[in-house]
Unconditional design. Sequence first.
Length: 297
Amino acid sequence: MTFRFQTFAAGAFLSLAMGLSLPSLADGFYANETLQRQAPDAFALQPEAHEFLVSSYALTIKDGDRLLDLIAEDKALTNAIQQWPEMTIDQQIPWLKKVFSLEVRSFGTEAPKLIIDNHSYPKKMVYFDFDVEAGGNGIVYLNPDKLAEEEAYASLAFLIHETRHSYQFQQALNANANANANANANANDSDSEIVAISAGYLAAFKAQKQLKGFGFSDFLTLLNEFEAFQYGNYVIGQLTDWQIDMINMGTFASQFDNQGQLKIDLNTLSANVDELSLLAQYNELAKEQFELRQRQQ
């Protein structure tokens, strides 16, 4: 059985789901070169982020598999996930907290604050709250009333996605330290990849706070959003045998088809940038997602 999330106009989805207040974005779907060139190292579609793209995918899959292994060890949780569509949001909440704990454990990082209520961020469905200057581990927020209006696995998918942001944020705060460590004579390829990934996260978190005028594809190809959706969609896909179609959970560059393959593979497309930029290639292929969203409105 295939479950589809309720479709939002681009601006409404970003505002509600990701906690932004961007009322001018209702018609913004495709990636905007002018906007992205303001912080080119923060976006997956820009050449400055190429090293991040090359380095991050293997880590995304490796980390996803680590969480999946921990979930598989808990038979009660595995059974609950199989029954997820039949549960109410109140029944899901204890299991969401269990997945949260396992996900943090899988990262080996400190836990962010988890808030599941209807009032702390009343206008938001889900949110990761962070402050680059203040640091910390961030806050993962889920609004159960709003999630109850969504279909099937929305609550689980968003919990996994938002918790991934805390991992990213902690890695981002270590970006400078990682860069300094990589500068020594003993640095290897693995060190360089860690530096590229951490620096990409940091650039994206800064751009998320500083830039204005995001459209759907701009916001969701910020490196932190791009990778968190890819990570979450991979985990949900594996848990459900790739039978969940989540049209709004990121762009097609972060979504997998029913065979477990990326719908838009940016790493493959990056080999063709002599003919068209990665952003232009993405926009051409993103027409399918745009048209699907339009038909579901």
